[in-house]
Write a protein that binds this ligand. Sequence first.
Ligand code: IMP
Length: 181
Amino acid sequence: MLEKDIKKVLVSHEEIVKRCEEMGKQITQDYQENPPLLVGLLRGSVPFLAELIQHIDLDAQYDFMDVTSYEGTESIGDIRILKDLDSSIQDRDILLVEDIVDTGKTLKTVCKTLLNKGAKSVKIATLLDKPSRRVNEMKADYIGFTVENEFVVGYGMDFNQRYRLLPYIGVLKDECYQVVE
Ligand code: IMP
């Protein structure tokens, strides 16, 4: 039923699963010595994290964080933590799992926060990268797909909290961006 609002499919479900397999293998190789704590940023990362972990063959763990930009500021990158991690991150290798890196502001602040709290290292795995929108030097270490400067939905990504359940990544029809209050 969400299908009718989609103008085009950018990345199919099959392509996502295949890419998660490749990324999972790479992560497995890279973290042989010290399995990471995977940290999913709520809520967009959930489907990606759920697929990715099935392809990571390590004695690793995962946890979640929820952050938001301070309202009312044309964000300088400050964030408010809505849900903090349950696990200790002292001296741990962290792999942040994100749905999409856009301006990079969220990740920059989260990385800094985790390192300040004693993480040994922080790397980033993102399903999508939109480098044309970046306002800082943030670079993900594992990238699923690079996309153009276009607003996307599906596979965890939303527009006004809708479309997260789509099993693929797509672009909405223009009329769907009109918000009915
Ligand atoms: P950043 O701090 O600008 O990199 O923001 C990243 C967050 O913005 C992502 O985790 C998404 O929640 C959201 N976001 C950025 N671009 C899109 C998009 O095209 N579709 C849906 N959400 C997006």
